[in-house]
Design a protein around this ligand. Structure first.
Ligand code: FAD
Length: 493
């Protein structure tokens, strides 16, 4: 099969809609394990005083430990992204918060780094490590309603499982779209999707949680507002293992509608004009709307979704893009649950590289580099440049206060994506991907989304957390002073 065929096939599979948030899903691995490419992580220096008794994890009733010789190990060690395979020494399949505490204490005793896996969808494989211990939360699947508005959801629950539970009750939490993503990583790193401009980020709806810290202690977030603040947007893989989460919900809309537009064989100039117009009109949409600009090679797809009566701003945008694009694909109002299922995406691990391409205030943020960016995308099959709307309720003072997500005043987020079937096919795409990243950086783009990480972000601390980084370091020193919980871009002590 030619490269074009592979990319086109992959593209068609993923265009249920697009953005990592709308492209892919599932963490069931149907591929063979790949060679290990990452170096082992550094050993930790344990705080001996914190290890009061010797933990025999292999004989625990609360944890099933998989080692490399176990038959389930290969299946469990892979995450969603086959590009970043890792090989931990132990995978601790924990059954309870107590089991997680035992696993963390065991890791300290054995001087192993701890990674945490909920849905396994980390772009850079931060939920695993080499030669360390992975706390696997795939058994943390409980959803329990506390009352009509509040629901307790364990971190191993996937987004599809959340929607399947909450929509029949006519409730909604603003989360992502991809069915296989775990609630754990999504929420603790922020979490945005089709309902965020109306209600805010997922982490803005995290009321309380239970966490096992880096010493193995069980902590309630209600006892420490600073920890709650840190974990709303900065909690993934940093301070401890979150095992229980309580969310506030909203009344779910009754229906959902999408509008799509297509433009083909784009020149750089036309694509640039369309992007500039998109920023102008998408920025004026009401909170019930989400919009995405998706440039894949020379084809543009625009998506606008809504769940309230059509506003004059949306009518204007539809009129404008009907004129500017080659094709308008209207739709009718549909029930919400089946509509969201269209975005669940594929259900097996794949090779890909995705990363944030910046959080923007408007077109002016990309203007210095955009022509070259469009040119590279236009010359590279399988490479996607996408911009999504944020803003709306995300930019609310009350949410700013309770969470460490620092980019609320930026109503747009860019994303770069490359998909391929075999590692060798990705080489050229990734080279060009990195070229685009350099262009954007040189053009002044520096803010990025924690949940769309890239190991190549040099200033990742300020890119993800802005001025909040030192405050997050203080939380790290309190809850994980020995840096037991860590990955390549976890908060440093
Ligand atoms: C196909 C796809 C679609 C996506 N769609 C969206 C979207 O619509 N909206 C959006 O905002 N993002 C989206 N993302 C990004 C997604 O939010 C992040 O990849 C997220 O971190 C994945 O969470 P997870 O639990 O599945 O991943 P994991 O790989 O299990 O974990 C990701 C990170 O969170 C940490 N972590 C996980 N669980 C816990 C826990 N219980 N306690 C402490 N730390 C924990 C891990 O250490 C790791 O650093 C998408 C990603 C993919 C691959």
């Amino acid at each position: 099969m030619s490269e074009f065929d592979i990319n086109r096939r992959t593209y068609l599979k993923i265009t249920g809609f697009l953005t990592a948030g709308f492209i892919l899903s599932g963490c069931k691995n149907t591929h063979s394990p790949q060679p290990i490419i990452n170096e082992p992580t550094d050993p930790i220096i344990p705080d001996e005083k914190a290890i009061e008794t010797v933990i025999d994890l292999l004989n625990s009733k609360e944890v099933v430990v998989l080692q490399q010789s176990d038959s389930d190990y290969e299946l469990k060690r892979m995450g969603f992204n086959l590009r970043v395979p890792k090989k931990p020494k132990y995978i601790a399949l924990c059954k309870s918060t107590k089991g997680v505490s035992e696993a963390v204490k065991f890791a300290r005793q054995e001087q192993l780094a701890v990674a945490i896996k909920s849905g396994g969808h980390s772009f850079e494989g931060f939920s695993s490590n080499n030669a360390g211990l992975v706390i696997d939360l795939s058994l943390f699947k409980a959803i329990k309603w506390l009352d009509k508005d509040n629901v307790s959801i364990q971190p191993g629950v996937t987004l599809a499982e959340v929607y399947d539970n909450i929509l029949p009750r006519k409730r909604i939490i603003p989360m992502g779209s991809c069915g296989g993503v775990g609630v754990g990583g999504l929420t603790l790193g922020g979490g945005y999707g089709l309902f965020s401009r109306k209600y805010g980020l997922t982490c803005d709806h995290l009321e309380e949680f239970t966490m096992v810290d880096g010493k193995g202690n069980i902590i309630q977030s209600s006892d420490d507002k600073e920890l709650a603040w840190a974990c709303r947007g900065g909690g993934n893989g940093n301070f401890g293992v979150v095992t229980e989460m309580t969310f506030r919900t909203h009344e779910a809309p009754n229906w959902f509608i999408r509008h799509r537009f297509k433009a083909y064989n784009l020149t750089t100039e036309r694509a640039k004009q369309l992007l500039e117009a998109w920023f102008t009109y998408a920025g004026q949409l009401p909170g019930s709307c989400f919009a995405a600009f998706v440039l894949n090679h020379k084809t543009l797809t625009l998506l606008i979704t809504d769940f309230e009566e059509q506003s004059p701003e949306l009518t204007t945008m539809i009129e404008q893009f009907t004129l500017l694009c080659d094709k308008y694909i209207p739709d009718t109002k549909k029930d919400l649950a089946p509509s969201l299922k269209k975005y669940y995406g594929i259900q097996h691990s794949i090779f890909f590289k995705n990363a944030c391409a910046g959080l923007y205030t408007g077109f002016s943020d990309v203007a210095p580099s955009i022509e070259k960016v469009i040119e590279i995308v236009g010359n590279t099959k399988g490479l996607i440049f996408q911009v999504n709307t944020l803003g709306g309720a995300i930019n609310t003072d009350a949410f700013e206060t309770i969470s460490c997500f620092p980019h609320r005043a930026r109503p747009f987020m860019g994303e770069l994506q490359a998909y391929y079937d075999k590692p060798a096919q990705g080489t050229m795409q990734i080279e060009r991907f990195q070229k685009i990243q350099k262009l954007l950086k040189t053009g002044g783009v520096s803010a990025h989304y924690r949940n769309y990480p890239d190991l190549d972000f040099e200033d990742w601390e300020s890119a993800y957390f802005g001025n909040n980084y030192p405050r997050l370091q203080a939380v790290k020193r309190k809850y994980d002073p020995d840096n037991v919980i860590r990955h390549e871009q976890s908060i440093k002590i």
